[in-house]
Design a binder for this molecule. Structure first.
Ligand code: 3HC
Ligand code: NAI
Length: 698
């Protein structure tokens, strides 16, 4: 194996290079290398520079090593060595300087950053706290403790300019390596004792105490059930209340506790799941088609949001609608949406103008002839979609990718309307499309490899998280929503209140409960779709309450009331007494003997319904991997990230227990609403989980 840490002498300065592609993670051989090379430099050099190859300093500890037996030296010890070095060490902070990478820079005596560097302590995103001195050295370096708290508790990286501003680096230089070598020459042979952060002593003052108190409230609120951010904050507090060494020991102990926690396991699972879901399936080869210009059909809710996504990524976009009035309305909404960000400083007026200038409007299909990718977001009926694709087939240039944003319809049928089904696929965005990160890419039977690769490439270029699905009613996400909402509505009929159902699930960690989501989406949408479908009587019964609400004019948030009443000004929700009355009436009509329902039952019924349907989706090949389903639910539906996803959660509970409950419910009085998945049952029988399934099948 080639050495991952090497030294190059520049005069009297030893430049110690870390070379561990792709991100220079601190794998055990890197840790060993840093210690060995720095030890050698003590006798050969007057100063050292620590730098990373490939434009990145160090993106953190090697996450793949977590959960495995530790190989010495552990990072905190390596960094003690660095800090205790007899010669000054200057870090070249370039590219991603994250987690253990930033902690390494903090153990060095000086830090020089490149202008494009990103510095951060993202450990909380993995359910951890900085575990190699980050919570002890950062508050000793930064004049304002709030900056250390934000770095460690938010997990968000900052720019080099901001790092300079808050005192995290000593210099920002275009040629950071050159500047670091110069600085090393300057400080060589001089006293640098005051640069050893472990020697700095801190004391708690009333002002600092006030910062901690305010931060605790804010961090707890933002964490939404995740443990790590608060633990990171507490560890920073230790820096003011105990000596450095004791603070380090506490930090280490917390790190060790968190690294084996369910939350950290779940967050690491989703970190790797996201990267996996963005990769092409193994049977796909080739290169993406070139996309310079994008066409979008429909300037409604979805078309507008999708157009914003592409315009934000710098693509020129042609928007086609049925009338000028529809275009006026759609473009005005987009402009208003962007302009909302001006006040908060997210965007400038000029930024809005630049984005608007990327949009061209038309009612003429011929104007789509120069588009390389055309995404359809018109009304959700097969008739309209067919007509649209027929027309697209006549005008689109050869090789243009033709995508539909349909939520449920059969994309093979849509593709068959064209003479080029190989160019057709689903690109299913989520509302609001400019904000929601998920892109479900639906690979139809005849979709060409390079068309699929183009959609994946577009996801990357527009900063979306993709997951690939196959054709099937509702693909992955919406298909699974049906049994989830079915259970939520059944629970209300059986005795739970809408508030109880929502609260049990927001307490579980969901961004919103299912009943609030239904009110937000509009109860009339489900109503219309149920009228269009030939639902069985027992299925129809479940939605009697929702249907009666619609018929009484309670359409959800848009009409001011649905399952809940909504305050016009604040949108704050309260009980809707009319809904309560309707619920009671329906329960009586259906002859249901209500009972007290526990929050635990609400969570189990809804979450296991998701996992059971997810297993059907897997077995049918609509999803390739259980981990893709987790990505879909995290990025498209507000599932709590720290639980990993519906499939990972079921595995955490234990598939044996999940399968037993599903079986029990399927044999009970509401059994008609359950179709136990054979795959779930067989994995449970074999003592396996969805992680095993993914390993064996991909
Ligand atoms: N350890 C191991 N592998 C890592 C890694 C890490 N810290 N960071 C990234 N990788 C891998 C990815 O899994 C991916 O592998 P693959 O090609 O086999 O799928 C590859 O590196 C490239 O990663 P990305 O696709 O994410 O590349 P990007 O350029 O889009 O992003 C990045 C780069 C911003 C560095 C992003 O990978 C990232 O955020 N990484 C995690 C950073 C992090 O969380 N660091 C803290 C780790 S915990 C820690 O340091 C504990 C310490 O306090 C003790
Ligand atoms: P919408 O009703 O807000 O917008 C549809 C737009 O398409 C309207 O502005 C209409 O004038 C236009 N349109 C209709 N027929 C047209 C045609 N032949 N040519 C050009 N324009 C035409 O609907 P929405 O919500 O934007 O949905 C669009 C598509 O996106 C549907 O297929 C829907 O299922 C899907 N979708 C919707 C989501 C949502 O949350 N609203 C989420 C994901 C997908």
């Amino acid at each position: 194996m080639t050495k991952s840490v090497t030294t190059e002498m520049r005069g009297d300065v030893a430049v110690i290079w870390i070379d561990n592609p792709p991100v220079n993670a601190l794998s055990y051989h890197v840790r060993q290398g840093i210690v060995a090379e720095l030890a050698a430099a003590q006798s050969t050099a007057k100063a050292a520079v620590l730098a990373g190859r490939g434009g990145t300093f160090i993106a953190g500890a090697d996450i793949r090593e977590f959960g495995k037996p530790l190989i010495d030296p552990i990072l905190p010890d390596v960094l003690d060595h660095v800090e205790a070095s007899g010669i000054p060490v200057v870090a070249v902070v370039e590219g991603n300087t994250l987690g253990g990478g930033l902690e390494t820079a903090l153990a060095c005596h000086y830090r020089v950053a490149a202008p494009k560097a990103k510095l951060g302590l993202p450990e909380v995103n993995l359910g951890l706290l900085p575990g190699a001195g980050g919570t002890q050295r950062a508050p000793r370096l930064l004049p304002n403790v709030a900056d250390a708290i934000t770095l460690a508790a938010s997990g968000r990286p900052i720019s080099a300019a901001k790092a300079m501003d808050i005192g995290l680096v000593d210099q920002v230089a275009d040629d950071a390596l050159d500047a670091a070598v110069k600085l090393a020459e300057e400080v060589a042979g001089k006293n640098f004792e005051d640069r050893r952060l472990s020697k700095v002593s801190l004391a708690m003052t009333p002002d600092i105490e006030a910062v901690f108190e305010a931060s605790l409230t804010e961090v707890t609120k933002k964490a939404k059930g995740a443990h790590a951010p608060v633990r990171a904050l507490q560890s920073i507090r230790n820096a003011f209340e105990m000596p450095f060494r004791e603070g380090m020991d506490q930090e280490r102990a917390t790190f060790k506790e968190l690294v084996v926690s369910d939350q950290s396991n779940a967050l690491r699972h989703i970190f790797f799941a996201e990267r996996q879901s963005a990769k092409p399936p193994s049977d796909v080869s080739g290169t993406p088609r070139k996309v310079a210009k994008v066409g979008i059909l429909g300037a409604g809710t979805m078309g507008g949001g999708i157009a914003m996504t592409y315009a934000e990524a710098g693509f020129p976009v042609t928007m086609l609608e049925m009338s000028d009035a529809a275009l006026d309305k759609g473009l005005a909404t987009m402009e208003a949406n962007w302009s909302r960000g001006i006040k908060s400083g997210r965007i400038t007026e000029q930024g809005v103008a630049e984005r608007m200038a990327r949009l061209t409007r038309t009612t003429d299909y011929a104007d789509l002839a120069d588009c390389d990718l055309i995404i359809e977001a018109v009304f959700e009926t097969m008739e309209v979609k067919r007509e649209v694709f027929k027309k697209l087939d006549q005008v689109a240039k050869p090789g243009a990718v033709l995508a539909t944003n349909t939520s449920y319809l059969d994309i093979n049928e849509i593709a068959a309307e064209t003479s080029r089904p190989q160019d057709v696929l689903g690109m299913h965005y989520f509302s609001p499309a400019n904000i929601m990160p998920l892109l479900e890419i639906v690979r139809a039977d005849k979709t060409a490899d390079d068309v699929l690769l183009t959609a994946l490439d577009m996801a990357k270029k527009t900063r979306k998280t993709p997951a690939i699905a196959r054709v099937g009613h509702g693909f992955i996400g919406n298909r699974m929503l049906t049994p989830y909402l079915r259970q939520a509505n059944l629970l209300i009929l059986e005795g739970a209140s809408p508030e109880q159902v929502d609260k049990a699930l927001t307490d579980f960690g969901w961004a919103m409960g299912p009943i609030s989501v239904s009110d937000l989406a509009g109860l009339d949408i489900g109503y219309k779709s149920r009228k269009d479908q030939d639902l069985s009587e027992h299925e129809q019964r479940i939605y009697t309450v929702a249907d009666r609400l619609v018929e009484a004019g309670h359409l959800g948030q848009k009409s001011g009331s649905g399952f809940y009443n909504y305050d016009k000004a604040t949108r704050a929700r309260s009980e809707n007494p009319e809904a309560t009355k309707i619920i009671e009436e329906v329960r009586a009509e259906l002859g249901i003997n209500t009972r007290a329902i526990s929050d635990e039952e609400i969570v189990e019924r809804t979450m296991f319904a998701l996992a059971n349907e997810g297993a059907h989706v897997l077995a049918e090949g609509v999803a390739q991997r259980a981990s893709d389903i987790d990505v879909v639910y995290n990025h498209g539906y507000g599932y709590p990230r720290w639980r990993g996803g519906p499939m990972f959660y079921a595995s955490t509970v234990g598939l044996k227990d999940v399968a037993a409950r599903v079986m029990e419910w399927s044999e009970g009085s509401s059994g008609v609403h359950w179709t136990p998945s054979d795959l779930l049952m067989s994995l449970a029988d074999e003592g396996k989980d969805f992680g095993d399934y993914d390993k064996e099948n991909t």
